[in-house]
Design a protein around this ligand. Structure first.
Ligand code: G3H
Length: 478
């Protein structure tokens, strides 16, 4: 009917037989911006069935041809950066320039996957038996990497395009098929991205994209017997998925409470710049955002002053105007953030700015003198609100970092590389950045969380490897 975006199945754009749709609310206007199909379980069964048969043929398609198609999709994606970025602005209120960056980065990621896949999947191993005690040189073992089958990709709202292709491209180059379930906020951007893969000419059924309500198709998808691997990025839902999923490989990237440890000898201007970038870009709605600053008391006043001066310069407003701070994704998210702020207020945190909110738009806020009894010391706001905890020793900082149920990334600022390395070793997180804010990229770097922050490791190479399994053939000589 032209008003509801169609879903993608069997290489075609289709209306759901449910006759229902899901509304996507623009975070800025708080009005319905788009509608997508509310797919039902029958439609999920269909995409699973065709994903399985399409995968069998795809796995037999030469690796160089798979790479060629991915390069084509990457180029088309980049050509379509403007309309896709516009959707990101409207659906998730991503600042205009960041929205374009997300699409370009996605194109680069797809190309890199194609190149890396050709390199690593083009090689196998050859083993001989006589290295193991008791064996003669009578067995030759050949190994290669084969695809897993059907990969279920579930990206989050904050990177609906980039965190979709970071699952799709490794899956496809390795010979898998893809069933994509985009987040509701971000679904239309994801459908546009899928259209680029459609234009590139991938075989029918190899890529499907089903939209709809989690309550109707969420568990049905993640528990579906046709799924051979789940790659999920998001929040607590991931923990629930990991408990319900079958005996299949899981790749999960969940939340984080990335700490920024600041020592006395740190370059405080560099720290302040990184706290602004790390804590407030995309209004703090990144799993890798700086979510707590742990600063040595002796330099805390000076650092807080420097950060305050920079916060004052952040522009606040609409994503179309490329404002630094834009409305957070939903009203319930804004309410949650406000709850953390009010809790900190009651318990005596120092407000470096006045708390201000209009609709989903929350002005950037630095909270000083936060103590461990405040919720914001531990919970992730996923918004432009950053707590500062003053510490008296490095041990205190490490202790706070490691007491978190999360363990995604962290960062440490100091000019003493020996101390930095020791602190990095002591921090129980998947990555520690020395003298820079946490970040996932460059996208070929390994990216992983420990504890509640995830399962497995991502990054181009690790994702390709994770979406394959080893197959061996043993030649037995007389
Ligand atoms: O939100 C989670 C993303 O994986 C973070 O990616 O560090 O590039 O913003 P980013």
């Amino acid at each position: 009917d032209g008003e509801v975006y169609k879903y993608y199945s069997e290489g075609e754009w289709k209306k759901s037989s449910s006759g229902k749709s899901v509304a996507i609310i623009n975070p800025t206007t708080r009005k319905t911006q788009y509608r997508v199909q509310a797919c039902n379980q029958e439609e999920v069964n269909k995409v699973m069935e065709i994903a399985k048969s399409a995968q069998k043929l795809w796995a037999k398609t030469p690796l160089w041809k798979r790479a060629e198609l991915l390069h084509k999709a990457a180029a088309i994606l980049k050509e379509h950066k403007a309309p896709i970025a516009e959707c990101l602005v409207k659906e998730i209120a991503k600042p205009a320039k960041d929205a374009v960056t997300e699409v370009v980065r996605s194109g680069d990621l797809v190309s890199y996957c194609a190149e890396e896949g050709v390199r690593i999947l083009g090689e196998g191993k050859f083993l001989v038996s006589d290295s193991f005690p008791g064996n003669e040189r009578t067995k030759y073992c050949l190994t290669s990497k084969i695809p897993l089958g059907v990969i279920l990709a579930i990206p989050p709202f904050n990177y609906p395009v980039n965190l979709a292709v970071s699952k799709i491209a490794p899956a496809l180059i390795a010979g898998n098929s893809i069933v994509l379930k985009p987040p509701t906020q971000g679904a239309v951007s994801a459908l546009h991205m899928v259209h680029c893969f459609h234009l590139a000419g991938f075989p029918k059924g190899l890529i499907s994209c089903v939209t709809g309500k989690g309550s109707e198709i969420g568990d049905f998808l993640t528990m579906h017997p046709g799924v051979d691997c789940i790659s999920f990025t998001g929040g607590d839902t991931g923990i629930a998925i990991s408990k319900k999923a079958g005996m299949i490989p899981l790749q999960m990237e969940l939340g984080g409470k990335d700490a920024c440890i600041v020592l006395e000898d740190a370059d405080l201007d560099l720290v302040a710049a990184n706290i602004i970038k790390g804590g407030f870009s995309y209004s703090g709605q990144r799993c890798t955002a700086v979510k707590v600053v742990l600063v040595m008391e002796s330099v805390a006043d000076s650092l807080v002053e420097k950060v305050k001066a920079r916060v004052a310069k952040l522009t606040v407003g609409a994503p179309e105007d490329d404002s630094d701070i834009t409305p957070v994704v939903t009203e319930s998210s804004a309410n949650f953030i406000e709850g953390l702020v009010m809790d900190a207020k009651e318990k005596g945190a120092t407000f470096c700015q006045e708390y201000k909110r209009e609709g989903n738009l929350i002005w950037p806020l630095l909270l000083d003198n936060v103590r461990p009894d405040m919720r914001i010391a531990w919970e992730e706001p996923f918004g432009p609100v950053l707590p500062v905890i003053r510490i008296n020793s490095i041990e205190e900082g490490i202790h706070h970092c490691n007491a978190s149920n999360f363990g995604l990334q962290g960062c440490v600022f100091t000019k003493d590389i020996n101390k930095a390395i020791l602190i990095s070793d002591a921090m129980e997180t998947g990555t520690v950045q020395i003298n820079s804010a946490p970040a996932r990229g460059p996208d070929h770097f390994p990216f992983q969380g420990i504890k509640d922050s995830g399962i497995g490791s991502q990054g181009v190479t690790n994702s390709i490897n994770m979406m394959t399994k080893v197959k061996t053939t043993v030649i037995n000589l007389p």
